[in-house]
Design a protein around this ligand. Structure first.
Ligand SMILES: CC(=O)N[C@H]1[C@@H](OP(=O)(O)OP(=O)(O)OC[C@H]2O[C@@H](n3ccc(=O)[nH]c3=O)[C@H](O)[C@@H]2O)O[C@H](CO)[C@@H](O)[C@@H]1O
Ligand SMILES: C=C(OP(=O)(O)O)C(=O)O
Length: 509
């Protein structure tokens, strides 16, 4: 790099940092380097690798220094080393996106604390911004301010961003309170096979919302604005459908009883948030929710969504599969109990601290320490259930765990059409995974993991499972196109590196 280039790039970095309102120390923290190194970079006195430029671009959210961020992101993993140390679980993707959608109900100022800085959140923010909602990251802790304008500009909705996430479906519940007729692009998300939206349509109908699927979008018409006269019985105990019903009920004039509601973690977080907005909800954490709606929600609210049980499970799995001792701090225990009970049956040696409250004042957290253990397969198949059951999104992690255990395990993903199929990618790293049918795999362990080059399957959890297997595999593996992981995990590679992993981020340019 010539001096001139170094100086010009340094100036761009300084401008972007100042634009974001960060000190050199804040940028250094985000990059895992020192303030003096940032100072040298800004003065053009430091050679910068493309990877470092990519990381700076990402940290500063800046197009100017996104030189290396234009192409897809990949990971190079030097595996076979045990991990050690402690790691904090971040707030959940699924509560994060639900609360962003819920902020549309609020005419006051919404502040969400420590929001996971992930692609799924970015997509919803792009959609919110495109319709006129003002959002602003307040600091390096990822606190986020959201201000909804009186009138939304739905005609300008960012369709590209909307189509990349399924969470945009949760705009239906809030928007029906302020719009008479509106369109939403078809929801996307992980490619897990067909995912029905019918339960959402059925749940919102009693509130007076008619939704018709037209070419490429949902056409919504508010025929009347009412609270359902009878209890609303959900046909599926789904998470986002429960959230949509809650959002419709929260802004409706009257009391709504929702039966067969999901009591899962993101739903509980949303309920607690709505109570902070002044909406009374009885039965939080159960399958019957009674919502006392309000048509005048306008509160300056400050809320910290809780920690992600799926991220906690991912980190526990990384420890188990690499035979490491690590402590996963701030794990929401209510949503991990069955997983831990099963792991204990399989021979896992672990301990946990007393419970302490999350910042939302509701969720119970513990620190979990996992120690190297000799695991054996469970006697019965492993299958998920809606909460309270083994979490549907935690199931894929058991494929890597079963592959590390002695014996044969059957894993039954009845939920998604395609997800079990993606688990067979583990065979590329030496695991014996056999597809019995599109929903069931047999896993035979233990595995001598071997390094490989793999393209991420288009599904978040199976992609992370492959990354974890790469941490266990001696040698250098490459995982390509990790957008799907970034959709749900913040800075996962660097955080694993802090536990001793050797993962390098690189990009095509
Ligand atoms: C943004 C968000 O929060 N996403 C989560 C949410 O998605 P979301 O709520 O969108 O999940 P879906 O509605 O797609 O439900 C998942 C699948 O389970 C089936 N199903 C669900 C409930 C039920 O009682 N019976 C039944 O058959 C559905 O038909 C579907 O095939 O919940 C899923 C299931 O926990 C999780 O994988 C997703 O991470
Ligand atoms: C399936 C998942 O999420 P989404 O609903 O965002 O596709 C997931 O989190 O594993």
């Amino acid at each position: 790099m010539t001096d001139d280039y170094r100086r010009r790039i340094g100036k761009l970095i300084r401008d972007s940092r100042q634009h974001r309102g960060w000190t050199q120390t804040q940028l250094a923290d985000a990059l895992g380097t020192s303030q003096s190194a940032v100072n040298r970079m800004e003065r053009g006195q430091q050679n910068l690798s493309l990877e470092m430029l990519a990381r700076i671009g990402e940290a500063l959210d800046s197009e100017i220094v996104s030189l290396g961020t234009s192409g897809p992101m990949h990971l190079r993993v030097v595996g076979g080393h045990p991990l050690s140390g402690s790691i904090d679980v971040k707030s959940s993707k699924n509560a994060g996106v639900a609360l962003l959608c819920a902020s549309l109900l609020n005419r006051g100022r919404t502040v969400l604390r420590k929001v996971a800085r992930i692609e799924e959140v970015n997509r919803i923010l792009e959609v919110l911004n495109s319709i006129g909602v003002k959002t602003r990251w307040l600091n390096a802790d990822n606190d986020l301010e959201i201000l909804r304008p009186e009138i939304l500009d739905l005609g300008s909705i960012d369709e590209v961003a909307a189509r990349r996430t399924r969470s945009v479906l949760m705009f239906l519940g809030p928007l029906m309170h302020s719009e008479d007729v509106f369109e939403l692009p078809y929801a996307g998300g992980c490619d897990l096979g067909a995912r029905t939206v019918e339960p959402h349509m059925i749940a919102l109908r009693p509130f007076g919302l008619a939704v018709k699927a037209t070419a490429g979008s949902y056409h919504a018409t508010v025929e009347s604005r009412t609270a359902p006269v009878r209890p609303l019985v959900l046909t599926e105990r789904g998470d986002t459908v429960t959230e949509n019903a809650l959002l419709a009920a929260a802004g409706a004039d009257g009391v709504t009883v929702i039966r067969n509601a999901s009591p899962n973690y993101m739903v509980q977080d949303l309920c607690v948030f709505l109570t902070r907005l002044g909406v009374r909800i009885d039965g939080i954490g159960t399958t019957t929710l009674t919502v006392h709606g309000r048509t005048d929600i306008s509160a300056d609210v400050d809320y910290a969504p809780s920690e992600d049980p799926i991220e906690a499970m991912s980190l526990l799995t990384a420890a188990i599969v690499t035979g490491s001792e690590i402590t996963v701090r701030r794990a929401p225990i209510e949503f991990l109990e069955i997983e831990l009970a099963l792991l204990e049956e399989m021979g896992l040696d672990y301990s946990r601290t007393e419970e302490y409250p999350a910042a939302n004042g509701h969720t119970r957290l513990v620190d979990i320490t996992v120690r190297p253990s000799v695991l054996h397969s469970p006697i019965d198949k492993i299958h998920p259930m809606p909460f309270p059951g083994l979490n549907i999104d935690n199931l894929p992690f058991f494929a890597a765990i079963a592959a590390s255990a002695q014996g044969a395990t059957m894993i039954h993903d009845w939920v998604y059409d395609k997800r079990a199929i993606y688990l067979t990618e583990l065979t590329k790293l030496g695991a014996r995974v056999q597809l019995a049918d599109p929903h069931r795999v047999y896993v035979e362990g233990p595995t001598r993991w071997s390094a490989a080059e793999v393209i991420c399957p288009p599904a978040l959890r199976p992609a992370v499972v492959i990354l974890i297997a790469m941490l266990a595999a001696k040698g250098t593996s490459v995982l390509r196109n990790v957008y799907v992981i970034n959709r749900g995990y913040e800075d996962l590679a660097n955080r694993l590196n802090q536990l001793g992993a050797q993962i390098e981020i690189f990009r095509d340019i």
